[in-house]
Design a binder for this molecule. Structure first.
Ligand SMILES: Nc1ncnc2c1ncn2[C@@H]1O[C@H](COP(=O)(O)OP(=O)(O)O)[C@@H](O)[C@H]1O
Ligand SMILES: [Mg+2]
Length: 355
């Protein structure tokens, strides 16, 4: 596999800018997820890497080789499209073998069989190899579509929301399997999706795309815990991060200039009345089985708070809510670093004192 780099890529369609000065590197063996809503430029980014679109500015390189002027066939990429299509008259086996039988590649049939069987086993469709493609469930069809990319060993795999057409259960199943396959194959993958859970679970690094601009790149943890802006904070996490004006909840650690506070459900806790608590009224209790979400009102703002599934709470109850870990934003919505608290500072000092 190989590293893929986009440098200063801008792509316009008429007056609309689909990609705006996009620079991103997917390291060898890395799975980078571009996360953004519909229209953010995700498909365009993949098409630029594949050579299906020519950018107005910027360069693309694969494995250190500049490919901006290389046609798609010379780029050695495999693309899994959002709208997958199989050859309906062919068996699963022949659908998977198809990319290996192209006249340009011409591999011996025995080698093709080994490869197809390995990929089918990896995708758990090995018992369906003799089936017609039309005689498959939606989830199986999508496995075959992914398998058709995986049978090849290209420099890079490009995946365009490959799971978005599936129902929730299949999506979570295939998500786990893609992660396992990626780890087993050590493949370089640029994967785009609007689904933050896919981004969080699959990515080595996430790139957050907003109207063609890359606004933050980092590991899933970094982007979740240290979002660069209100916009990014709101894109990751279910339920969505609570965004409240500074002052609604006590946040002693909030630095000067804090305008908005981001409070993730898990960073709000029900406490006893005290200097850091605020009285709240429960509007609604959502029982999710393993935990509950309380929709509470504090100072005229509605917040979602995580609570123990067995807590005997109901709508109309009064509780006290305390914020443990604020994410702070200035008036422009840009995150401001919260200075380390006394505990963290002491720990850092202990660390530096170690021989
Ligand atoms: N072939 C095209 N012609 C005109 N506009 C396009 C074309 N492809 C994409 N766009 C526009 O570029 C923007 C990004 O599109 P796209 O890359 O498909 O976004 P995403 O995949 O994130 O939904 C959108 O505003 C879209 O309308
Ligand atoms: Mg798209």
């Amino acid at each position: 596999m190989a590293e893929v780099s986009l440098t200063g890529v801008t792509k316009r369609f008429g007056g609309a800018t689909a990609l705006d000065d996009l620079s991103l590197t997917v390291g060898d063996g890395e799975l980078v997820v571009l996360l953004g809503p519909t229209g953010a430029g995700k498909t365009t980014a993949l098409r630029v890497v594949a050579g299906l679109e020519r950018p107005e500015a910027g360069t693309v390189s694969i494995g250190g080789r500049p490919v901006t002027d290389v046609p798609p066939a010379g780029r050695d990429v495999a693309f899994v499209f959002q709208q997958f299509s199989l050859y309906p008259h062919l068996t699963v086996y022949d659908n998977l073998a198809f990319p290996l039988r192209s006249p340009m590649r011409r591999e011996p049939e025995a080698a093709i069989r080994l490869r197809v069987e390995r990929i089918a086993a990896l995708l758990r469709i090995d018992h369906k190899l003799g089936n017609r493609a039309t005689r498959l469930s939606g989830g199986e069809m999508q496995r075959v579509a992914i398998g058709r990319a995986l049978v090849r060993r290209p420099a890079v795999y490009l995946m365009d929301e490959p799971l978005s057409a599936l129902d929730a259960k299949l999506r979570s199943e295939l998500r786990l399997e893609l992660k396992r396959i990626k780890d087993e194959m050590g493949a370089t993958i640029l994967y785009v999706t609007h689904d933050q859970i896919e981004a969080m679970t699959l990515a080595t690094r996430i790139g957050v795309l907003d109207r063609g601009r890359l606004v933050q790149v980092g590991t899933p943890r970094e982007v979740y815990e240290r979002p660069c802006s209100v916009h990014v904070a709101a894109r990751l996490g279910t339920p969505a991060i609570n965004l409240i004006p500074a002052g609604v909840l006590p946040a002693p650690a909030a630095p000067p200039g804090t305008h908005t506070i981001g409070a993730r459900t898990e960073h709000l806790r029900l406490g006893a009345a005290g200097p850091n608590g605020r009285p709240a009224l429960i509007h609604r209790v959502e029982h999710l089985g393993d935990q509950s979400h309380l929709h509470v009102e504090v100072g005229g703002h509605t917040l979602v708070v995580l609570a123990d599934a067995h807590a005997p709470l109901k709508a109309g109850d009064r509780v006290v809510v305390e914020l443990t870990d604020p994410v702070c934003f200035d008036a422009d919505g840009v995150r401001i670093d919260v200075p380390p608290g006394p505990a963290a500072a002491a720990a850092a000092m202990m660390g530096s004192m170690r021989p």
